[in-house]
Write a protein that binds this ligand. Structure first.
Ligand code: B12
Ligand code: SF4
Length: 488
């Protein structure tokens, strides 16, 4: 149902009441998840959108992160905005429909909406496609005037300069491990086949002026912080300037980068000087053939050991992420990869099942080959098999991923890696034991209990085997002390 532009009357006299919601996922939720208390960092989505609300509209804002709090059955608001990643799309749609049935207008935005707008459009009064720095304020002004449109697309000349800083104070600080979360850039110059970034936003890098990033950190008073940028070194010159700008702030930071950093002595040196203490890198596979086929040929498994050594030499710990289920993967891949990670002394190895997020290169290829098994987006989370692997059965892929986690976090493997890590001893131990707990308990916790009632309605492709209950996720956290070393 798409309502027309005039159906929602202008607020008339009083300010607008707007709720922004980040829907829950099986692990990242308030009740029944793996941890009693949320131990993750505060995402920037809702707080960034809050900062973009035009002042003149006099908006009363409510922010709800369903990972840390319940969404009330009824909300006394005029408009609800929901952020959607693929894994939370069904929950977002469900909430959106609920609020619409109460006469509240809804807006959907975020990575999933940007990847596949036509999927989201029927579930809301409006969708916002792409980054919303210009479109969200425009939508709010239109809404206030009773003229909200059904779709808003990112402006072609989006500029990240002089944007307001995220309003982190609008989400309860104590419910997160940290709210020292920042972003400097968006997008990535590479074009990896399975990656959401080039598929959703193209390959153009969007960058905040480095002075703005530093000012945000300074004002917030952050000393240990996380960058959520998916590839902080995508533009070398920008990264260089950013690191130089960070040096006087004397912070410690954790972020994401590619292995290319290890081959760039000057940039690596600057990263370390600017306070980098931990990086998450997508190593993806130990098979050069898999990497080439995924258009990530700049990752070379022969060099992974060197990457670890160079990072360690600069006091930087590595969270190395691998995916299973690429076409070259056979039954021996799990043990081999896990052992490789242990031998290479990767501080925190992580394993996920490759996920063909909608409209990525990988998704299009698997779809054309008739290998997509389900379009139930809730299962598109890196932990479920949603496609037919080439050289493995669905069960093998599912079980093998769990076995890899258990192997990499066996006491023996932990002991083998631990003494090489540059992280403080407490952090080393806590993170490893946290992941070990995770590896052994996930299948117990990973359940979508709020969707059990809908279980029979999952949209499976004809003839597809039912997806097996889950194994293990790319975990976010172990315990409070450890978590700062864990990245998105
Ligand atoms: C924090 C985070 C999380 C958090 C919270 C996720 C959530 N519900 O939002 C947690 C830890 C739960 C998480 C989990 C996962 N995540 Co995550 N995560 C991130 C991360 C690192 C930062 C998000 C952020 O703060 N961004 C900064 C804000 C400002 O940008 P933004 O969210 O894109 O919002 C802008 C626009 O998109 C738009 N917008 C967004 N929402 C809305 C809503 C409205 C109403 C409007 C108007 C506009 C709008 O406006 C904003 C300003 O321009 C992003 C990467 C990134 N840098 O964005 C990945 C990302 C969102 N995650 C991703 C993935 C793959 C995952 C996992 C599968 C990884 C894993 N194996 O664990 C799981 C999925 C769990 C599940 N249930 O399915 C993908 C998304 C894939 C997809 N197709 O949806 C991303 C993009 C990273 C990537 N690899 O490309 N993640
Ligand atoms: S380098 Fe990383 S962020 Fe960039 S396209 Fe590849 S997987 Fe995506």
């Amino acid at each position: 149902m798409i309502r027309n532009e005039t159906e929602f009357p202008p607020a008339g006299g009083r300010g607008l009441r707007v709720a922004l919601i980040s829907p829950k996922g099986p692990l990242y939720r308030h009740r029944g998840g793996i941890f009693r208390r949320s131990l993750r960092y505060q995402p920037l989505t809702l707080t960034t959108l809050a900062a973009l609300v035009p002042r003149e509209l006099d908006v009363e804002l409510t922010l709800i992160d369903e990972g840390i709090a319940d969404v009330p059955e009824r909300l006394e608001v005029d408009l609800v905005g929901l952020t959607v990643i693929t894994g939370t799309a069904p929950r977002a749609y469900e909430l959106s429909e609920r609020f619409r049935s109460h006469g509240i207008a809804t807006v959907l935005g975020g990575p999933h909406v940007t990847l596949i707008p036509e999927d989201a459009q029927p579930h809301a009064d409006a969708i916002v496609v792409g980054y919303a720095e210009d479109t969200w304020p425009r939508l709010l002004r239109d809404f206030a005037a009773g003229a909200m449109k059904a779709r808003y697309d990112q402006s072609p000349d989006l500029d990240m300069a002089n944007r307001p800083f995220a309003r982190r104070e609008l989400l309860p600080r104590r419910r997160y491990l940290t709210n020292n979360v920042f972003e400097a850039t968006r997008g990535c110059v590479h074009n990896c086949d399975f990656c959401v970034v080039p598929a959703a936003w193209g390959r153009k890098p969007y960058q905040k002026p480095v002075e703005d990033v530093a000012e945000d950190i300074r004002r917030h008073g952050a000393r240990k912080l996380i960058f959520v940028d998916l590839n902080l070194i995508a533009d070398r010159d920008y990264a260089r300037r950013l690191f130089l700008e960070l040096i006087p702030l004397r912070v410690q930071w954790y972020g994401l980068a590619t292995v290319l950093l290890a081959d760039d002595a000057e940039l690596l040196e600057l990263a370390a000087k600017s306070g980098c203490r931990g990086l998450l890198m997508g190593l993806e596979s130990i098979s050069p053939e898999n990497l080439r086929a995924s258009r990530k040929g700049f990752n070379s498994p022969d060099h992974f050991v060197r990457v670890v050594e160079r990072l360690h030499a600069h006091g930087i710990a590595l969270q190395g992420c691998f995916v299973f289920g690429l076409d070259g993967d056979g039954p021996d891949v799990f043990r081999k990869t896990a052992q490789f990670a242990v031998d290479a002394k990767i501080d925190l190895p992580r394993f996920a099942i490759v996920t063909p997020f909608p409209n990525t290169g990988l998704y299009k290829r698997l779809l054309s080959e008739g290998r997509i098994l389900t379009h139930d987006w809730e299962l598109y989370d890196g932990q479920h098999v949603v496609f037919q692997p080439r050289r493995l059965s669905v069960q093998e892929l599912q079980g093998g991923t769990e076995a890899a986690w258990k192997h990499a976090y066996s006491m023996r493997s932990i002991a083998g890696r631990l003494r090489h890590s540059p992280a403080p001893w407490g952090v080393r131990l806590a993170t490893n034991l946290g992941y070990r707990f995770y590896a052994h308990h996930l299948s117990r916790f990973y359940n979508c209990d709020w969707i059990i009632g809908r279980a029979g309605q999952r949209p499976m492709e004809p003839g597809a085997p039912a997806p097996v209950a889950l194994t293990v996720s790319g975990a976010e956290f172990s315990n409070r002390k450890a978590s700062v070393a864990n990245l998105p």
